[in-house]
Design a protein around this ligand. Structure first.
Ligand code: 1HE
Length: 260
């Protein structure tokens, strides 16, 4: 399935992995309104049977952020609505049907970093660099970056990126928590796919708990977080699939945890 500037295909033995590619390489995968709306629609109407997704950019760059050519004169109300449109799209990804792994290379900047930070796992290759040029363009983040990026790297580092235009390279990006994995040049997609296939083997309810419940617990006061955790734990362990998986381990049919 191809929508303007976005390509969707299924892969994996049971076609259980969704591969989503931004296909505006000539514009460094800059995100225009059509692309943002297509992303939202895709996550809201994810076909049945998909258990994990990979999102990647075509060409040398993951994403150059907001398509600046669309940044027309908007009044305050229109600007608010535009930002809310991004929020709805990236929420449909973050709190969508399946875990999403981002395969990063080259520029991950502005709205591109906002998109990446809405994904659950980020795999970067050695060419990756991260920046928030909004500061120097006279604007502010509007795609949820002020909420999600400090949760990855802290308010101080995000403030520095925006005040000074600081660019993080791939190594430093992984060190500070912008990506969980760093791989050699050209290997981000393969690693992201490998991780998605591993994620797809989990019980769907566990994946749901990790993508929908864990981030909400992190935002709750500890007392409420403990209660939410207890309720999620009770629901998860009562599922027939959980009981079967535990039995498989106890009866020697499931893999042990291997030393790293
Ligand atoms: C674009 C965009 C874009 C490239 N909007 N057209 N984002 C930025 O401020 C980043 C702006 N882009 C860049 O700094 C660079 O393009 C890159 C570092 C990403 C890549 O550099 P390079 O040398 O590989 O490509 P290029 O020659 O700069 O760009 C190739 C073409 O893509 C060129 O168009 P052409 O018609 O002259 O070929 C560029 O104009 C075009 N292009 N990036 C529109 N972003 C929800 S709020 C989010 C707020 C933000 O994201 S603000 C940050 C925006």
């Amino acid at each position: 399935m191809t929508k303007p500037s976005i390509h969707f295909e299924r892969c994996g033995e049971q076609q259980e992995i969704a591969v989503i590619r931004l296909t505006r390489a000539a514009k460094r995968n800059a995100l225009n309104d059509g692309l943002i709306m297509s992303l939202r629609e895709l996550f809201e109407k994810m076909p049945a049977g998909i258990r994990a997704a990979v999102i990647a950019g075509e060409g040398e760059h993951f994403c150059a952020g907001l398509d600046l050519s669309e940044l027309q004169e908007r009044d305050a109300g229109q600007g608010l609505m535009h930002s809310r449109m991004w929020h709805a799209a990236l929420e449909s990804l973050q709190f969508g049907p399946v875990p999403v792994v981002a395969a990063l290379q080259g520029a991950v900047v502005g709205g591109g970093l906002e998109l990446a930070s809405a994904c659950h796992i980020r795999v970067a290759d050695e060419t990756t660099f991260y920046a928030l040029p909004e500061g120097s363009r006279g604007i502010f983040v509007g795609g949820g970056g002020s909420v999600r990026i400090p949760r990855l790297i802290g308010v101080a580092r995000m403030t520095d990126m925006m005040l000074t235009g600081r660019v993080y390279n791939a190594q430093d990006g992984e060190r500070i928590g912008l990506a969980q994995y760093l791989v050699p040049q050209g290997n981000a997609f393969a690693k992201a796919l490998e991780l998605a296939q591993r994620i797809a083997q989990n019980a769907p309810l566990t994946n749901y708990a990790l993508t929908h419940v864990l981030p909400r617990i992190a935002d709750q006061p500890a007392d409420q977080g403990f209660m939410t955790e207890a309720m999620m734990a009770a629901i998860a362990q009562s599922a027939p699939e959980a009981k079967q998986r535990v039995r498989d381990f106890l009866e020697g049919r499931a893999a042990k945890v291997q030393k790293a």
